[in-house]
Ligand binder design. Structure first.
Ligand SMILES: NC(=O)c1ccc[n+]([C@@H]2O[C@H](COP(=O)([O-])OP(=O)(O)OC[C@H]3O[C@@H](n4cnc5c(N)ncnc54)[C@H](OP(=O)(O)O)[C@@H]3O)[C@@H](O)[C@H]2O)c1
Length: 288
């Protein structure tokens, strides 16, 4: 099976790349904005034809959550209009399309884990454009999977874990919000789950079940708990001071609660999900 990974220089794309050797039955094609800009239908169509692609994992996205409040058009182009193109091309070439979405499609007003069927109501332009991307895909009669994830981090790229490690070098104490609760996701764990699903489809196409799925690591925490766990595991002496979100005003509003229920993906594809503290431990061992 020929597998195209778009946005492959990002956190998730890099983790998929790093797992290539474990999935010998798949032939990987990696692209990012410099080699395949997903905003161009023609470039996508040509690339997919030339390389006989069977499956796309779309990791390309406009992920600057606060900047998206000022750059709606760009966020919409990458997160929605381009996703429409990917779905259209998937229909033309009869491809599987695996698209990554976000917990930010929810407003965070619940206090029990969000199921795939729960009402969406994004608070931000980023969340709105990602939701529009999801809706674009659903218009097509194709083999699609939308995987929503949350609080993604990796040893590749910039993220909360790296920011905390950096800040702890310069500060004896750090203020971190405690009124946003979710589940961190080690991008390597998500990448492994996606490739497990893709190789399953490769051998047993009849086992593919299209639809929306949720994936994050197991467990629940606030950003405050997350920071404390990072310092505990790294044995770093730095006080974490719990503060309310309004201590750090941001352009985009974040959901106060965005824990995702993973029951559907676990059952459908027999996925085993590590606890977030285990994912963190593995990631920290790779960050020098
Ligand atoms: N990060 C999170 O906390 C989080 C949480 C929930 C869901 N997600 C979703 O998970 C997925 C992967 O996230 P991530 O953290 O791996 O993202 P990321 O690190 O920002 O990677 C996205 C990649 O896409 C590239 N890209 C941007 N515009 C493109 C275009 N027009 N054509 C081709 N490539 C383009 C980016 O290039 P540039 O860097 O040059 O722009 C970057 O390499 C995304 O769909 C995101 O919405 C992320």
């Amino acid at each position: 099976m020929n597998l195209l990974i778009t946005g492959s220089n990002g956190q998730l794309g890099s983790e998929l790349k790093a797992l290539e050797s474990e999935f010998a039955s798949l032939t990987f094609f990696y692209t990012d904005i410099d080699t395949l800009d997903i905003t161009s239908y023609k470039l996508l169509d040509d690339y997919i034809t030339q390389n006989k692609i069977d499956t796309i994992i779309n990791c390309a996205a406009y992920t600057a959550v606060d900047k998206a409040e000022d750059e709606y058009k760009t966020a919409e182009l990458v997160n929605s209009k381009s996703v429409y193109n990917l779905a259209k091309i998937s229909e033309k070439h009869s491809l599987y399309l695996i698209h990554i979405s976000t917990d930010y499609v929810f407003d965070g007003s619940k206090n029990t884990p969000y199921k795939e069927t729960d009402q969406t109501n994004p608070n931000s332009n980023y969340g709105k454009t990602k939701l529009m991307g999801e809706r674009s895909i659903k218009q097509f009669d194709i083999n699609w999977m939308i995987i929503r994830t949350s609080w993604l981090y990796s040893s590749f790229g910039n993220n909360f874990v790296k920011t905390m490690l950096y800040l702890s070098k310069k500060n004896k104490e750090i203020k971190v919000v405690f009124d946003q609760v979710g589940s961190p996701t080690y991008a390597k764990n998500l990448a492994h789950a996606i490739l497990q699903i893709v190789s399953q489809i490769n051998f047993y196409p009849q086992e593919f079940i299209k639809g929306v799925y949720h994936y994050s690591n197991e467990g629940v925490c606030s950003w405050y708990d997350f920071a404390n766990e990072i310092f505990k595991q790294k044995n770093i002496k730095c006080d974490v001071i719990p503060v309310l979100s309004n201590a750090f005003p941001t352009k985009a509003k974040r959901p106060a609660y965005s824990v995702l229920s993973k029951e559907k993906i676990k059952k459908a594809y027999n996925i085993k999900i590590p606890h977030w503290t285990a994912g963190l431990s593995e990631c920290l061992s790779k960050i020098i």
